[in-house]
Ligand binder design. Structure first.
Ligand code: SAM
Ligand code: SF4
Length: 457
């Protein structure tokens, strides 16, 4: 699946000459997926002028496919117990300097209620790789608890998970709980680096991790997310390896991942690796990572977390990021307690509240979306990819973004956000191409103002 020698050869061979880069960018603007050779050439671009061209092309592709809506979610850390020794993570077993916690179902309910009260509708459930005595049943129960929590009439409508690799049978059980996306990052695709970074615990098995997405697909989970932890090894290598992983999945299962995440190494308690990344990624290189991904796989969502600071997150939006977390806490119980202490998994770059992030997003002309429509209408896997064809998304994502944003404005927004948000909605209604959908959206907005909730198309 991952041919290291081929990656090295591609990076040596595929030079970024100007004419070739123009052709590649053109192909991407036509929304065709790039070959490994083409991605390698984009990764080899180093001069700022050509990088700027890539950034602007990535923006064009993003606008064409996703429009200006941006999906928002919050992570929910249920446990920081872990039997692994990932050198970059504060949760690793040998780290004695963080407070360990496994939330009870009651605490998970409270935590979810605290998240709901900020206005979120989508959660990413995260845990270390040691489960309490009930084993994975703890996770299945936690998912049930999250879905059962309420703030008035509002509830979590989609829960994604970021969990250690499971067996096919366990994936089947996980699917039954009603998850959205199963997310798993390979961290580094470079075998030797992987071995060095994961000296002990089940995670030290590189192939078990690499094959986990296959097992998830085989178990019927057709919405998966992959990613690499940038800073552990050469980012150019990691991107090509991600592309190889995608090509492999597409060939075997007829579809690739729904999303790619781009975590960049952040400081973590007692981690020398996290403090001094072996392959630090500069801000400009990080923007290149996002732009090259957007150009290489136009239809795949890109997720950016609160590891990044507000300025980088602003820059990233125009490069093709389609989902962001906001108002996050990475310590179990952090929402109910109202703090992200050093028992969090890593340092946050963005400490702003959801409302502040939303204000910023609106100011940039993007529409915050809490939409969960595709998942609930069964538009997942291949069905989603079909929909992601030009024009279609704007007839679904945009109206659903406006409707869920309107709910946020009515139920949770500060006066400042209400003002800017209402103006944005009025402006954006006109961008809905189909007259029938436009009418449906206008009528639904009135219904939401009058108390109706959860309208989607
Ligand atoms: N324990 C499971 C695992 O490792 O797959 C799932 C949850 S783990 C808490 C989620 C992700 O956090 C990891 O896959 C890793 O990429 C990321 N992470 C760990 N330490 C980090 C750090 N110091 N900075 C940024 N991201 C980090
Ligand atoms: Fe455990 Fe995941 Fe952290 Fe590794 S990254 S120590 S597996 S929580």
């Amino acid at each position: 699946m991952i041919n290291e020698q081929r990656i090295t050869e591609l990076l040596e061979k595929c030079k970024p000459d100007k004419v070739r880069i123009k052709d590649i960018v053109q192909k991407s603007i036509e929304k065709r997926r790039l070959s490994l050779e083409e991605t390698a050439a984009l990764l080899n671009v180093k001069d700022e002028a050509t990088l700027k061209e890539l950034f602007s092309a990535a923006n064009t592709v993003k606008e064409e496919i996703y429009g200006n809506r941006l999906v928002i979610f919050a992570p929910l850390y249920v446990s920081n117990l872990c039997q692994n020794e990932c050198l970059y993570c504060a949760f690793r077993q040998s780290n004695k300097d963080i407070k360990r916690a496994v939330l009870s179902q009651e605490e998970i309910k409270k935590e979810t209620e605290s998240i709901l009260k900020t206005g979120q509708k989508r959660i990413l459930l995260v845990a270390g790789e040691t489960y309490p005595k009930e084993g994975l049943q703890y996770i299945y129960d936690s998912i049930k608890t999250v879905y059962s929590a309420r703030d008035g009439v509002n509830n979590i409508r989609r829960l994604n998970v970021n969990l250690a690799p499971l067996s096919t049978v366990e994936f089947k059980n996980l699917k039954k709980t009603g998850i959205g996306t199963y997310q798993l990052f390979q961290e580094t695709y470079h075998l030797e680096t992987y071995k060095n970074m994961h000296p002990a615990g089940p995670k030290s098995d590189y192939l078990n991790r690499l094959s986990a997405i296959d097992r998830a697909f085989e178990a019927g989970i057709d919405d998966v997310g992959i990613g690499a932890l940038f800073g552990l090894y050469d980012f150019r290598f990691e991107i090509l390896a991600l592309m190889m992983h995608i090509e492999y999945l597409e060939k075997k299962f007829g579809m690739g991942p729904h999303t790619i995440s781009v975590p960049r190494l952040e400081p973590a308690t007692n981690s020398a690796v996290a403090k001094n990344p072996p392959f630090p990624v500069s801000d400009l290189e990080f923007q290149q990572i996002i732009a090259v991904l957007r150009l290489s796989v136009p239809y795949t969502g890109i997720i950016l977390s609160t590891r990044e600071n507000a300025a980088m997150r602003r820059a990233a939006l125009s490069l093709g990021v389609s989902q962001i977390s906001a108002g996050s806490r990475t310590n179990p119980g952090g929402y109910a307690e109202g703090r992200n202490e050093h028992d969090g998994q890593f340092s946050l770059g963005d400490h702003r509240s959801l409302d502040e992030v939303i204000h910023d997003i609106c100011q940039q002309g993007h529409i915050p979306s809490f939409c969960t429509s595709c998942y609930r209408l069964g538009r997942t896997g291949l069905d989603f990819m079909e929909l992601a064809k030009p024009g279609q998304i704007k007839n679904k994502c945009l109206p659903n973004a406006l409707l869920t944003f309107k709910e946020y404005l009515v139920d949770y927004a500060s006066p400042k956000v209400k003002e800017i948000g209402e103006k944005l909605i009025q402006k954006e209604i006109n961008a809905i191409p189909q007259a029938k959908t436009k009418e449906f959206t206008k009528e639904s907005l009135v219904k939401i103002a009058n108390g109706k909730r959860d309208i989607y198309c």
